[in-house]
Each structure stands twice: as structure tokens, then as C-alpha cells.
Design a binder for this molecule. Structure first.
Ligand code: NAP
Length: 346
């Protein structure tokens, strides 16, 4: 039954392919090879967004994690659209190239801020700095984009407790810490909180538990906050990007190798012996393959965040991802697990 359904879905999707939908293993299941998307039907392989936008008028937005990736690109994009940007950078004090380049724009509407979301004092200093430098402090801060994040991989038995805690410290507690600190300013503006989750915050995957649990947590936190903030006039949006690893600094081949070596060295002897090096290396190769299969064009993500910050009625959730992942997410979140698991996991 499951196989029949899979065949039907593949057939249906192949009608929309630029090329025949050859399937390849990209680490966490079979997916269609390059050229497979609905791009010919929708410009970004995703739904259309309303083009309506409220006037920007220099509204101030804080973005965390602007040293690279989405954060860095978003800071430039929103600045171009007329927002005043506070770009939180983890490595500003160390002179990282991301913050240097943003500072190099030499524009009053682009300010970088030293910001480690795991450090309460640094977050507090960022609140003071932004409160003191807002052009109209009474108007508050229009937007907070919780973008800072790290990622890792590894099956449950391969992952140390320290790794679980390390990833949660940035992705989950960092998001909550920063949000709580800036909410008074956001409430004053009746503004927006945009949390960058992931498709992995909606559907779990083998070998991604240290990352998935943090993004599931971000989703739950965002939902609770949205309910609570409704009466305050603050909107809370969640952006769930697909695989854009090729366009960001989240992983590099070197980083995957470093993580893998450390993981193998730290494995309990019983796990090492039971699974063996061959199995372990195969899992690492799957992760490498997944990282190489993403899109380098991050504009669907950046435009989704832009929409969340400027549309009169933003969406609650944005899904910037190609159609393979969109469909997989719908199936995994809406169909009985017995079917979804058969289709995509086992
Ligand atoms: N790329 C994807 O495919 C993808 C998919 C779904 C969701 N996401 C999410 O998108 C967000 C942005 O990631 P990205 O893909 O753009 O990767 P990225 O290029 O690595 O950007 C993440 C940024 O966060 C910074 N950061 C790390 N720890 C921090 C901390 N404690 N405080 C403040 N900043 C910190 C990183 O600085 P360093 O580089 O100096 O560590 C980096 O500049 C993350 O939340 C990620 O989980 C990414």
C-alpha cells in the first residue's frame, strides 16, 4: 500500500519535472535529482506571497547571527528595503569578515552589535545599546529576527549529552533569552518576532536529533508566544527553511569531518563495537551527500523573512524549500506515521 502510494506520488511529481525525476540517495532518504521542482509554476518552488507591504519608514529590526549565511544576506536585503538594521554578530569583537563588511557600508541605518545569544550580559548590553540609539525610542523596536543557530548530526547513540546541550544553548535557549530581553521594545512598537526554525522543526529525521529537538522547541515557543502576544498587537512568525546549506556557513566538508572524528573518538566502546567503523562512515557519507544537495540561492528564505516583517497580515509559517521537501513535510506531518515512515524513512 505504502509503495503504491509512493509510486503514485512520484509519478504525479514527474509531470512537473524539467527532467525525468531520477531518484538518488542524499543521506536521509531518496529524493529527486537536480532539475526537479515546481519552479516553472511558482517562481520560488513555493507559494506566492501577497505583494502588499506596509510602509517601511526606517523601522528598526534586530537580526541575530549576521556574521554569515541568512543573517548576513538578510541584513543587506532589509537595509536595501529601507529598514534600520541592528545586525547582531557573534564575532564582531574578533573582527569577523561579516561584521566588517556590514560596518563597511558606513550607513546610519546599518549598525552591527556584538551579540552572543548564549550570553545574558551581552544580550542585556545589546538591549541598552539599541534602546539608546533608536531614532524614536518611544516607537520601540519593530522587528526581532532570531536567526543565530548552529547545527550538528549524529544518531542518538553517537551523540554525547554535551552536544545536545551545546546545540540547544544557541538554537533554543538563545532564541528564548533574546526574545524575552527584547519583548518590551517589540511590544511598544506592536512589532514582529520572526523565529528561524527549519523544516527539521516540523519533521524529525534519523541522525538529526540534536538539531531537531531544538527546532521543535523553537516551534513550540513561537506558538505559545504568538497566542500570548495576540492581545498585545505583536505578530509572531516562523520561517522553516529547507536545505540551503550550500548558501550558508552551517556546514562545510571540513566541519563534517571534524564532527565525525570527534564523535568516533568519544563513542562508548560498546557502541563503537556494535555498529563498527563501516556503518559509521556510511552515515557520515550520507550527511556529506545531504549537505551537497541543497540550494545555494538563499533568496526564498530572505524574501520570506522580508514578507513576515512587512506584510500587513504576515503568515504564521513560511516554507521556503523546494517541492520535494515541501511534499515530504506535508506527508510526514499529516499522514499516519505508519505510512509516512514507510515512504521516507525505512
Ligand atoms: N542553511 C540551512 O540549510 C538552514 C536550514 C534550515 C534552518 N536554518 C537555520 O537558519 C539559521 C541561520 O543559519 P545559516 O544557515 O545562515 O548558517 P550560518 O551561516 O552558520 O549562520 C548562523 C550564524 O549564527 C551565528 N552564531 C552561532 N552561534 C551564535 C551565538 N551563540 N550567538 C550569536 N550568533 C551565533 C554563526 O556565527 P559563526 O559562523 O561565527 O559560528 C553564524 O554567523 C539557523 O538558525 C539555522 O538553524 C538553516
Amino acid at each position: 500500500m505504502a509503495m503504491m502510494l509512493a509510486t503514485r506520488i512520484s509519478r504525479l511529481l514527474s509531470h512537473f519535472s524539467a527532467k525525468p525525476a531520477a531518484l538518488k540517495d542524499v543521506g536521509i532518504g531518496l529524493r529527486a535529482d537536480q532539475g526537479f521542482s515546481f519552479r516553472s509554476l511558482t517562481p520560488r518552488g513555493q507559494r506566492f506571497y501577497t505583494v502588499e507591504a506596509d510602509p517601511v519608514d526606517g523601522k528598526a529590526v534586530l537580526i541575530t547571527g549576521c556574521d554569515s549565511g541568512f543573517g548576513f544576506a538578510l541584513a543587506q536585503y532589509l537595509h536595501k528595503r529601507g529598514f534600520t538594521i541592528y545586525a547582531g554578530c557573534l564575532l564582531k569583537n574578533k573582527g569577523d569578515s561579516g561584521s566588517k563588511e556590514l560596518d563597511g557600508m558606513k550607513c546610519d541605518r546599518m549598525r552591527t552589535v556584538q551579540l552572543n545569544v548564549c550570553d545574558s550580559e551581552e544580550v542585556g548590553r545589546a538591549v541598552d545599546f539599541i534602546s539608546d540609539t533608536l531614532i524614536d525610542p518611544e516607537a520601540g523596536l519593530w522587528g526581532l529576527v532570531n536567526n543565530a543557530g548552529i547545527s550538528t548530526f549524529g544518531e542518538v547513540e553517537f551523540t554525547s549529552m554535551d552536544t545536545y546541550k551545546e546545540v540547544a544553548e544557541v538554537n533554543l535557549w538563545g532564541t528564548i533569552r533574546t526574545t524575552k530581553a527584547f519583548l518590551p521594545l517589540i511590544r511598544r512598537a506592536k512589532g514582529r518576532v520572526v523565529n528561524i526554525s527549519s523544516m527539521m522543526g516540523r519533521m524529525a529525521n534519523p541522525a538529526r536529533s540534536p538539531y531537531c529537538i531544538t527546532k521543535f522547541g523553537v516551534e513550540a515557543f513561537s506558538d505559545c508566544l504568538r497566542y500570548e502576544m495576540h492581545s498585545q498587537g505583536v505578530k509572531v512568525c516562523i520561517v522553516e527553511p529547507g536545505n540551503y546549506i550550500a548558501g550558508t556557513r552551517l556546514y562545510s566538508p571540513e566541519r563534517i569531518k571534524t564532527i565525525a572524528e570527534k564523535m568516533w573518538e568519544e563513542l562508548p566502546e560498546v557502541v563503537r563495537q556494535d555498529y563498527g567503523r563501516k556503518y559509521f562512515d556510511e552515515q557520515i557519507a550520507k550527511m556529506e551527500s545531504y549537505c551537497n544537495s541543497g540550494s545555494a540561492d538563499t533568496s526564498p528564505v530572505i524574501e520570506s523573512i522580508g514578507h513576515a516583517l512587512s506584510a500587513p497580515i504576515p503568515y504564521t509559517r513560511y516554507h521556503p524549500m523546494d517541492y520535494y521537501w515541501w511534499l515530504r513535510m506535508q506527508i510526514m506531518t499529516h499522514m499516519p506515521a505508519a505510512i509516512a515512515d514507510r515512504l521516507y524513512v525505512y
